[in-house]
Structures are given as C-alpha cells and as structure tokens.
Design a protein around this ligand. Structure first.
Ligand SMILES: NC(=O)c1ccc[n+]([C@@H]2O[C@H](COP(=O)([O-])OP(=O)(O)OC[C@H]3O[C@@H](n4cnc5c(N)ncnc54)[C@H](OP(=O)(O)O)[C@@H]3O)[C@@H](O)[C@H]2O)c1
Length: 288
C-alpha cells in the first residue's frame, strides 16, 4: 500500500509521518526540497521531489498512490486565497488522473462558509475541487492550532496574547498532533465514503481562558488583548503585505465572528485528547 503525504516537516505532517512509519508503512513523502528531511528517516520512507504549486509534479509524485494526505502550504502569492485554489486544482487533477482511492485533506473550521473567511476560503475552494472529482475524499475541518501561539513569542514575553476575535468567545483549539492522529488513522483504514470530519481538540476555549492557562503553565502573567481589525491591517501593511494578503489574514477572524455557527458540532468523534496545558508545557515554555 502506497500512502503519499505532503508537508512531512510541518506541524501536522511531521506527526503523520511518524505514525505511519510506526504502523509499519513506508510512506512516500512529497517535498519541495528532499535534502531538508532528517536523514534518520531515510531507511523508512521514499522521498519524491515535489513543489505542490507545480501541477505536473503533483501528478507525477502521486502516481500509484492508494491514499494521499493533502495539506495546502502557504505559497508566495499576492492572493493567498487564489493560491490555495490553484493548489486545490492540482490535487483534484492528480486524484482523478491517478485514481487515488482515498484522499484526506486538511481543511479548517470555517470552510463551510465558502466565502467571507479570508484565507480559509482558499481551503473551501480546495474542498470544492476535490468534491467535484467524485472520488472518495475526507475533509478534516480542524480547529485553531495550539501551535499558532508560537507565532507571537515577543507578545507572550511581554505578557500579552493578542487576538482579533472577541476575547470571551469560545472556539475549538487543537493540538496539531491530534489532527495527525486522525489523519493517519484515515489514511491507514480502508473507506469509500468520505465527507467532512471535524477535529476540535479537548474543549472550546476563549482567548481569555487561553491566557489563564498560559499564565499557569508559563508561570508568568499573560493577559489577552483584542486587536481591532484596522490596527491589524495597519500592522500587516507596515510589514509589506499587499491588500489581498492583508484581507486573507483579517478575514479569518472577521469571518468567524458574530453569527458564525460551525456546521459540525462538537461530538465524541470530533473531540480529541491533547490539552493546551500539556502542549504549552512541552512546546511553548522552552521557547520563552
Ligand atoms: N493554523 C491553524 O490554526 C489552522 C487551522 C486549520 C487549518 N489550517 C491549515 O493547515 C495547513 C498548514 O498545516 P501545518 O501548520 O501543519 O503546516 P506547516 O507547519 O506550516 O508546514 C507547511 C510545510 O509546507 C511545506 N511547503 C511550503 N511550500 C511548499 C511547496 N510549494 N511545495 C511543497 N511543500 C511546501 C514546507 O515544507 P519544507 O519546509 O520542508 O519545504 C512546510 O514544512 C494550512 O493549509 C492551513 O490553512 C491551519
């Protein structure tokens, strides 16, 4: 059985790689630069050079694959939504032409909106392109990754957790390793009816609650602070982002604000075990 996976060094992909190898599978890794793979993996995997923004390369790299994990990376583009849509076209073509038996796509809570959720709209375009193939495809609509907290270490060092959402609005927060566990299970098991499966983490948390957890685990005071959309826009423009790039980021929180109700409710199936407390102790505390 050949299982092809993308982004094997990423937050989610790195854990999928480890789980598949532990399961006795020799996965095929699609990498834009195979030299970046830790050489310890070389005896356990096949590596195929593949830029996911090159449709012919994606087609060639997935030939003969029975299962595929597609994670859409951020590629340099003036319009991030269009970029995800373009990559979605590449994977849809590969799924069709290579007759891939099951594809797992890492999507996001909010993709069900289809429009108005910033960069997540690009994941919605990919869901649509994959659905249009008629092939068995499963979209994993994941919550907000714990690992996003590592993107503003300076803020945390100053004791501030910046948020573009209302500070008291709970939403699903999830350890990328839990998403990987679900993805790996779905890649390994045979199935033919796909659809959508949410991955929500252990419980919904507001930014205010996350700040309380961090205060405890990091043993330093952390308070949540709301960043108004226009301040966020100004900050993003100041570091050189273009308008579509700015709106792709602002839209992810603006689109999931008041009135947004996720299509997939939290259930025993969507709830995954890893806690923010454990993740922050293992991954965030050493960085600060
Ligand atoms: N963050 C969230 O809260 C959240 C929530 C829901 C969904 N998502 C989705 O999750 C996905 C990101 O997952 P992640 O955080 O696990 O990824 P990640 O850690 O950001 O890893 C992305 C990987 O993509 C690879 N890459 C970049 N450009 C490439 C290209 N042109 N061709 C091939 N590989 C390329 C890089 O690999 P190398 O460095 O090895 O080249 C990098 O390791 C995105 O689609 C995002 O929309 C995120």
């Amino acid at each position: 059985m050949t299982i092809a996976i993308t982004t094997p060094r990423g937050h989610v992909g790195s854990h999928v790689l480890r789980t598949l190898v532990a399961a006795g599978v020799r996965p095929r890794l699609l990498m834009r630069d195979p030299a970046l793979l830790d050489s310890a993996w070389h005896d356990h995997v096949d590596v195929v050079p593949c830029d996911q923004d090159d449709g012919d390369a994606v087609l060639a790299a997935t030939r003969g694959a029975e299962a595929l994990l597609w994670i859409s990376p951020s590629v340099p583009d003036a319009d991030p939504v269009a970029a995800h849509a373009r990559l979605g076209g590449h994977v849809a073509r590969a799924v069709t032409e290579n007759g891939i038996a099951r594809t797992v796509f890492l999507s996001s809570v909010g993709a069900e909106k289809r429009h108005g959720a910033g960069e997540i709209d690009g994941l919605a375009r990919t869901e649509e392109a994959l659905d249009a193939t008629g092939a068995p495809v499963l979209h994993l609509r994941a919550g907000y990754f714990f690992s996003n907290l590592a993107m503003d270490l300076d803020g945390l060092r100053e004791g501030v957790l910046r948020a573009a959402l209302a500070l008291d609005r709970p939403m699903p927060w999830v350890d990328p390793r839990d998403i990987a566990e679900v993805a790996a299970a779905r890649l390994l098991a045979p199935w033919s009816a796909g659809g959508v499966q949410a991955v929500h983490g252990p419980r919904d948390l507001s930014f205010a609650e996350v700040a309380e957890v961090l205060t405890d685990v990091l043993a330093r005071p952390v308070r949540a602070e709301r960043t108004p959309d226009d301040d966020l826009r100004a900050g993003l423009r100041a570091v050189g982002l273009g308008e579509a790039q700015v709106e792709a980021i602002v839209g992810m929180s603006a689109g999931l604000r008041e009135g947004f109700v996720a299509e997939q409710p939290r259930t025993v199936v969507t709830t995954t075990p890893s806690t923010l407390e454990g993740w922050a102790a293992a991954h965030l505390r050493p960085l600060l």
